[in-house]
Design a binder for this molecule. Structure first.
Ligand SMILES: [Zn+2]
Length: 433
């Protein structure tokens, strides 16, 4: 390139760059702003956004006269929500058996079809204001990582995905009833751990495939195999050496106790945690992702599964047991991180059915702002991303949503009324009617 034409190019290029930067600068005017760190609502705030980042947060006087403004002064503005327990590459009907359906999916649904279906489910999270998800396995051989990368490079639209890759589990994984001859099918969905040394290798494999965190099955119930404390310790030590956190699926108290003793960062489900285990979790700063469902969800599920809808005593018992467990966890000082674990087709987009987690916690008497903190700041904190997501403050990504209504007095309706969704500075939903 000649000197003159180079200077012309430089001039035009710089001019264009400045123009583009200017176009990407915007202010949001928020009637109320949820401060997820302080767990409080602030009145009349403005957010200065440049590109995909938040530059400043302050009063309305921050907004220059000629600025481009998104006026959300009639609404409440929140950080984009985080669902800390998803399976976007897996879906089953309420009537399906989990193990049989997994085998069916692994043998008759190609990776390409599975990923495309997962992409549609992932997009539906963005539509309801969930701008980040922690996807915890049942995703074939790293299809979650592929989906994450496709979203990050802009090939498809979707939430930020924090992907675990295949779940690390003892022999059999969660696929019960598979004959010895076909155990290799399980290797397509789980990373089966055979020894302590193998446990370390599994984490290295995952690190090499660029996962964001490690998910283990501390127990495989109803399969009766489980990881040993030594295997879990080896997983945790290797994962932490790569700055990967480890979260453990656990449905019985003993497996949770083992996982906590071995140093995991979080417990998923924890349906049967004893008080002594909750005390240990609080002491060791191990978070809990409660994944139970609301009464509404259970009604819908029962009908779809063809269960006897007259005899709902077992549902009442389940709801009351889960309410008690959540309240005991909070009373013992355990950090609650919001997660849905929704993988059943309920006749609505996945994102919509996953928001049942908010209803479930509300039914267990968690206060609205505490629920929101669990679905934003606390969730981000346990991903080591609390400066980037789950917060509205300088240097965080511009992942911002707005809801219509009164959060404190009409929480559930208001959270259904998401009228604005921005992720990474891009506006996806703008529905002010
Ligand atoms: Zn799950």
């Amino acid at each position: 390139m000649q000197k003159n034409s180079f200077l012309t190019f430089l001039f035009v290029f710089c001019g264009l760059s400045i123009l583009l930067a200017q176009q990407k600068e915007v202010y949001i005017k928020a009637g109320f702003l949820y401060d997820s760190e302080e767990n409080t609502l602030l009145k009349n705030q403005s957010i200065h956004i440049e590109g995909n980042k938040i530059i400043a947060v302050g009063g309305f006087n921050l907004i220059p006269a000629d600025a481009k403004v998104i006026d959300l002064s009639e609404y409440t503005v929140l950080p984009g929500l985080i669902d800390a327990h998803t399976h976007v590459l897996f879906s089953q009907e309420a009537k399906d058996d989990f193990s049989e359906h997994s085998i069916h999916s692994l043998t008759m649904e190609s990776d390409a079809l599975r990923t495309l279906r997962g992409a549609k489910r992932a997009k539906s999270y963005l539509d309801v204001g969930i701008t980040s998800i922690k996807d915890l396995g049942n995703s074939g051989l790293y299809l979650d990582v592929a989906l994450r990368d496709a979203i990050n490079e802009g090939t498809i639209e979707g939430p930020r995905i924090f992907a675990s890759g295949p779940i690390l589990a003892a022999i059999g994984g969660q696929m019960y009833g598979v004959s010895p001859k076909h155990q290799d099918l399980i290797d397509l969905e789980y990373r089966i751990i055979k020894t302590v040394e193998d446990a370390k290798n599994a984490v290295r494999e995952h690190q090499n495939q660029q996962v964001d965190l490690i998910k283990i099955c501390a127990d495989n119930i109803p399969n009766n195999t489980r990881l040993t404390i030594e295997e879990i310790k080896a997983i945790v030590e290797t994962a932490h050496s790569y700055n990967l956190t480890v979260t453990a699926h656990s449905t019985n108290n003993q497996s949770a106790w083992n996982a906590i003793k071995a140093g995991v960062d979080g417990i998923e489900h924890g349906f049967n945690l004893a008080d002594s285990t909750l005390v240990l979790m609080a002491k060791n700063k191990v978070f809990l992702v409660p994944t139970e469902n609301s009464s509404n969800y259970m009604d819908t599920y029962n009908k779809l599964a063809g269960y006897d809808t007259e005899n709902t005593d077992w549902v009442k018992q389940y709801l009351s047991k889960m309410k008690s467990r959540l309240q005991r966890a909070i009373a013992n000082g355990v950090t609650i991180v919001a997660g849905s674990d929704n993988y059943t087709a309920l006749g609505m987009p996945r994102g919509n059915s996953s928001k049942d987690m908010l209803r479930t916690y509300f039914e267990s008497d968690m206060k609205p702002l505490n629920i929101l903190r669990s679905a934003t700041y606390l969730s981000a904190l346990h991903l080591n991303k609390e400066t980037k997501i789950g917060v509205i403050k300088p240097n965080a990504y511009a992942d911002i949503i707005a809801v219509k209504g009164n959060l404190l007095n009409d929480f559930l309706h208001t959270m259904e009324n998401v009228i604005f969704v921005m992720k990474d500075g891009e506006t996806y939903i703008e529905n002010f009617n």
